[in-house]
Write a protein that binds this ligand. Structure first.
Ligand SMILES: *Cc1c(COP(=O)(O)O)cnc(C)c1O
Length: 402
């Protein structure tokens, strides 16, 4: 099915995710990682059941941080043993739901978090397997732990773990490794390696203090966001990581410790396109306002929080009529905040034109202000190349609470 056919059939705004591209991204990433290693898919990037299911079928594990993501992972056929629950504030309800579904693996973020996980595990009659999330900014090897870290709600300071490992034990839990997630969206192998070197040396330093049978080195793999372009290549990453691990963690080749990685955007960003219709083009005080049927309630809501780069999307059209300078690209919401870009050159579009925003398979709909102003969510279609897999729309529903 062509894009125009999909847009005609399902209307716009319309997200289309292509499973074939997810498989290509997965193949590229696994080729860039050392063998053996485990790869977690972070559902935060896109929890759509058929997106997540593609990665479940490819053998990924799942990293989830809420009961909603946990449910999405189970629906996507990640077995409970392949799911890890992360996040700095795990409520009892979330933990009990995890236990009820046989999910017993967690990233613990503090002694209190560890105790709370342990109480939930004890209520369920199991022992929870926990990675301890450790916050390191920089470690100078050969000098013990030299922290110049930023304060963070994530994890515990490495110096705390090194000094008082006994504080990281709790009934109902077994600490089985470390979780180190330091950065994101890093397009260059050198910087990625620098980050992994910090993590690997930290893990090697903490091996005496804790049982370390898994080391989750996090990720940071980059992807384009709402722009044309490709996933970065990391041509020599696998070799350089292999050398790094050989130098510091002998045994990793026989999974002792097991080395793991996490990725969200790299795996799914390039699979997604958002199709929109131009609702209006109008002048205002010398400038051109292009009004689309989609806005910050479908894409880029979080960029206002500076958690994501500002969405200044490329608009792709099949109908090239030239370029319009100094445009303001806005959505239908009754707030001036619903502006994707301001002062940009855009293709000269007209009312009724179909336009496409590329590379929005990660941090799209669910990273946006879906409830604000009550417009319907964009329809989400999943295809596999030319084959239609599913079409659905997310709704918010008010339920009575007794
Ligand atoms: C958000 C997150 C990820 C995924 O980040 P990407 O930049 O999408 O790869 C991985 N791990 C943790 C702990 C996260 O919070």
């Amino acid at each position: 099915m062509t894009d125009a056919t999909l847009a005609a059939r399902f209307g716009t705004p319309l997200y289309v995710y292509d499973q074939a591209e997810i498989r290509a991204a997965h193949a590229a990433l696994t080729a860039a990682l050392p063998t053996p290693s485990r790869l977690y898919y972070s559902l935060k990037a896109n929890p759509h059941p058929h997106v997540a299911a593609t990665l479940a079928a490819l053998g990924c594990h799942a990293e989830v941080s809420s009961s909603g993501e946990l449910t999405a992972a189970l629906e996507a056929h990640f077995e409970p043993e392949r799911i890890m629950v992360t996040g700095p504030g795990k409520a009892d309800g979330t933990l009990d739901i995890a236990m009820r579904h046989g999910v017993h693996r967690f990233s613990a973020e503090s002694p209190t978090d560890l105790q709370r996980i342990g109480l939930a595990a004890t209520r369920a009659g199991v022992v929870a397997q926990c990675l301890l999330r450790v916050n390191a900014d920089r470690v100078v090897t050969g000098m013990g732990l030299s922290m110049t870290g930023r304060a963070s709600q994530f994890g515990v300071d490495a110096s705390w773990v090194a000094a008082k490992p006994a504080e990281f034990r709790a009934p109902g839990t077994q600490v089985t490794g470390l979780h180190l997630y330091m950065g994101t969206n890093i397009p260059h192998t050198d910087r990625l390696i620098e980050q992994f070197r910090t993590s690997v040396t930290l893990a090697a330093d903490l091996k005496g203090a804790l049982d370390v049978s898994e080391i989750d080195l996090g990720g940071g793999f980059a992807a384009p966001y709402a722009h044309r372009g490709a996933r970065p290549d990391y041509p020599d990453l696998a070799d350089r990581l292999t050398d790094l691990l050989d130098d510091h963690l002998s045994g990793w080749r026989s999974s002792a410790p097991l080395v793991s990685f996490e990725a969200g955007r790299f795996l799914v960003a390039t699979s997604g396109t958002l199709f929109c219709t131009v609702l209006d083009v109008k002048p205002s005080k010398g400038r051109t306002f292009v009004v689309l049927d989609s806005g910050v309630h479908h894409l880029g809501g979080m960029s206002g929080l500076r958690r994501l780069p500002r969405v200044i999307p490329d608009l792709l059209t099949t109908d090239i009529r030239g370029v319009e300078r100094d445009c303001v690209l806005v959505g239908p919401l009754c707030t001036p905040l619903d502006t994707w870009s301001d002062g940009v050159a855009l293709p000269a579009v007209r009312r009724g034109d179909l336009v496409a925003v590329p590379n929005v398979g990660a941090y799209g709909l669910t990273a946006s202000l879906v409830a604000f102003l009550g417009h319907p969510a964009a329809t989400e279609v999943v295809v596999d190349g030319d084959r239609l897999i599913s079409a659905s729309r997310l709704t918010l529903q008010r339920i009575a609470v007794a």
